[in-house]
Design a binder for this molecule. Structure first.
Ligand SMILES: [Zn+2]
Length: 332
């Protein structure tokens, strides 16, 4: 798991590299023109002389500095216009000698705003990209609240159920959005989404993960199988130690498909999964979990100590999804 701080450092470092690249491009452009075109070379030299003369003139005559600088601006404009014309005439783009940058908002400084310096949107987007490219978070770009489409869920009544599948999904979606928008680290508040395969549990979990991540919290998403495997390796030879550390420390741990990991011959309390769940519950660290198991099945599989605490209504909102498998309805 990569923290927002680390991702921001990476993004700013990339921008620094970009600026160096920009300067190198600018120098190369000037050298290219100088080598090929004496006409433009002399125009550039004239402009340089014009500028340094104007500045020293203004410093030497402070009472007339205003007039001098106005004239300098006009002279520079004229000089720049001549250079652009000459560039065009010689087959170069008119802005060939202008400063090079990729982002028109921040000119690759990474910051916008005059008084209060704020990160440019290009940095924010890059930070999210970096965080999402991390383990398990690649899906979040396509699976989030703004891409949630309730129309793929059937809207007909279901015998014995209060809501159609579509209504239920909308209801759950809205509750989860509230959860994500008010998420706080170490609040202990969690979510369990249970139900059969193909009902959209993982998609909903991704929506929450994306929103919480966007709000600046650290999120680690992992399948129950991978979690089981990581802790087993860790217990065996201390490999995967970094991941196990993240599993405990992430603001939000999203566990996909609880119950699909292999059953262990160890007693529950010796199993790695128990260790992680227990650590997080004890430190009020939040989890969002998808599972094919319902409340009773969870208790049967993991024992009452974990089962009861996972489903403790004072900390966990549990949603049992029902209806038909919609995976074939998803538009590709
Ligand atoms: Zn920018």
């Amino acid at each position: 798991m990569i923290s927002r701080d680390q991702a921001t450092k990476t993004a700013l470092y990339e921008l620094e590299q970009q600026r160096e690249q920009n300067y190198a491009d600018e120098r190369r452009h000037v050298e290219t023109v100088r080598a090929a075109c004496p006409e433009i070379t002399s125009l550039i030299d004239e402009r340089t002389k014009l500028f340094s003369n104007g500045v020293s003139h203004a410093f030497g005559d402070p009472s007339n500095a205003m007039d001098i600088s106005e004239k300098l601006v006009a002279d520079m404009d004229r000089s720049n216009r001549l250079i652009r014309l000459a560039l065009h005439k010689n087959g170069y783009p008119e802005d060939y000698l202008q400063p090079v940058f990729r982002c028109p908002l921040c000119h690759d400084t990474g910051y916008v705003g005059d008084l209060v310096h704020d990160f440019c949107p290009c940095v924010r987007q890059r930070v999210l990209k970096i965080m999402m490219s991390d383990e398990g978070l690649q899906d979040l770009e396509t699976q989030n609240f703004s891409t949630f489409d309730e129309t793929i869920f059937p809207d007909h009544p279901i015998p014995g159920k209060k809501h159609s599948q579509r209504d239920l999904m909308l209801l759950v979606r809205n509750r989860l959005e509230q959860y994500a928008d008010s998420f706080e680290a170490r609040s202990g508040k969690g979510i369990i989404l249970s139900g059969a395969s193909g009902l959209g549990k993982t998609f909903l979990m991704n929506c929450v993960a994306e929103r919480v991540l966007t709000r600046g919290f650290s999120v680690l998403k992992i399948s129950a199988y991978r979690l089981y495997d990581a802790v087993r390796k860790y217990q065996y030879d201390h490999s995967d130690a970094e991941l196990v550390d993240d599993l405990i420390r992430a603001d939000l741990l999203a566990i996909d498909d609880l119950g699909t990991e292999p059953l262990t011959r160890l007693s529950n309390e010796q199993s790695g999964l128990y260790y992680i769940l227990n650590e997080r519950i004890n430190s009020n660290a939040s989890m969002i979990i998808t599972s094919n198991l319902n409340n009773m099945q969870t208790r049967e599989r993991y024992g009452d100590r974990i089962g009861l605490r996972l489903y403790d209504g004072s900390r966990t909102s549990a949603f049992e999804l029902y209806g038909e498998d919609v995976r074939r309805n998803v538009r590709k």
